[in-house]
Every structure is written in structure tokens, then in C-alpha cells.
Design a protein around this ligand. Structure first.
Ligand SMILES: Cc1cc2nc3c(=O)[nH]c(=O)nc-3n(C[C@H](O)[C@H](O)[C@H](O)COP(=O)(O)O)c2cc1C
Length: 188
């Protein structure tokens, strides 16, 4: 198959976000095997079914197109109040529609969480995975990538903790394998 094209989504809008720094580091580290482009959720409006019309709002259309065009998603999230940040849940709600043809249906996804707490956002990741189940995305299973004490593992906007980075890269390798296996099935 042609070069694998992954889309990265950060659950944080903060300029100095540790979550986004993880995605940016993964983009650099993956550059040989796959492309990982980030899509910001900064412009995505609050979900309102009245606004979920046949012609989508520009930021919604851009999000849905980016997901549709990607071979797979890498979603990295922090934890807010023991759960998934509203910004990310909101974006997934938009991407879960139109009903029956939503871009998330069948989309291979790997999830990662990070937090300054030693729990590493694991509760947010559990909620994220539950939401992805509802959207009929294809979640890559296996070891959960949970990065605790993330504030000690980021420097100059990069994830500098090699074991965490290798753990995350391992999960993305699983995502790439899933994408390649499906591509071979389709070609057979
Ligand atoms: C409103 C709010 C609630 C938070 N709740 C939690 C929490 O329940 N668990 C946790 O581990 N961290 C919590 N945190 C800390 C965030 O995980 C931390 O600020 C993280 O760095 C945010 O991600 P970012 O660096 O990508 O912006 C919370 C932060 C905020 C602002």
C-alpha cells in the first residue's frame, strides 16, 4: 500500500500542552514509517444538532474530512476531573455523524493518555475508549499507553522520556499493522 497517513488529535487546546507535545514528538519519530499530521480542535463549535446540517459548518467539515482521509487516528488526551476533556468528547460527537456514514465508522484508532499525576489520565482514556466503541471505530487493543508524571518527561516541547516514547511508538506500530492487514484483505 502507499505511505500510511495518520491523523493526530490532541485533547488539549493549551499552547504549551504536554499532550500536543507528545503528538509532535511522535510525528518526528514516525517520519520514516508513516506521516502523522495534527488536526487542532480549536475551531470546532459546541455540538448542536440544529447546526448538524447536510452541509457541515466549515470547522466540522474540515474535521470530518481529515478523519475520512486518514488511514488511522492517534488520539492523545489529558484527564480533566477524572474524565475525558469536553473539547475532545465534543469533537468525537461531531465526527460520529452523519449517522451510518460517519468518518469514525471502521476507522482504526490508537489512544494514549498523559497527565502530571502518576495515574497518567487512565480514567480519561477509559472514557475515550468507551466513546470510540459507540462510534464503531476500530480501537487497537493491547497494552494501554498511559504516561504519568508527564510534566517531568517533556522538555522544549518534546517527550524526552525514551521508555514512554518507545511504548507509544509500539502502540502506533500496532495501529500500522492493523491498517496494513486491512489493506491486504481489501486487495485480496
Ligand atoms: C480542569 C482541570 C481538571 C483536571 N483534572 C485532572 C484529573 O482529574 N486527573 C489528572 O490526572 N489531571 C487533571 N488535571 C491536570 C491535567 O491533566 C494537566 O493540567 C495536563 O497537563 C493538561 O494537559 P495539557 O498539558 O496537554 O494541556 C486537570 C486539569 C484541569 C485544568
Amino acid at each position: 500500500m502507499s505511505r500510511i497517513n495518520l491523523l493526530g488529535i490532541s485533547g488539549s487546546l493549551r499552547a504549551g500542552s504536554f499532550t500536543t507535545a507528545i503528538l509532535e514528538t511522535l510525528t518526528d519519530e514516525l517520519s520514516v514509517s508513516a506521516d502523522l499530521a495534527l488536526h487542532s480542535l480549536g475551531d470546532v463549535p459546541l455540538y448542536n444538532q440544529d447546526l448538524d446540517t447536510e452541509v457541515p459548518l466549515p470547522a466540522v467539515g474540515a474535521l470530518r474530512d481529515a478523519i475520512s482521509q486518514a488511514d488511522g487516528l492517534v488520539i492523545v488526551t489529558p484527564e480533566f476531573n477524572y474524565g475525558l476533556p469536553g473539547v475532545l468528547k465534543n469533537a468525537l460527537d461531531w465526527a460520529s455523524r452523519p449517522y451510518g456514514t460517519a468518518p469514525l465508522i471502521g476507522k482504526p484508532v490508537v489512544t494514549i493518555s498523559a497527565s502530571p499525576a502518576f495515574t497518567g489520565g487512565v480514567r480519561a482514556q477509559a472514557q475515550l475508549n468507551e466513546t470510540l466503541l459507540a462510534t464503531q471505530s476500530q480501537l487497537v487493543g493491547g497494552a494501554q499507553v498511559v504516561i504519568g508524571e508527564v510534566h517531568n518527561k517533556i522538555a522544549d516541547g518534546r517527550l524526552i522520556d525514551r521508555p514512554s516514547l518507545d511504548f507509544a511508538l509500539g502502540a502506533i506500530s500496532g495501529l500500522i499493522e492493523k491498517i496494513e492487514a486491512e489493506s491486504q484483505l481489501k486487495a485480496a
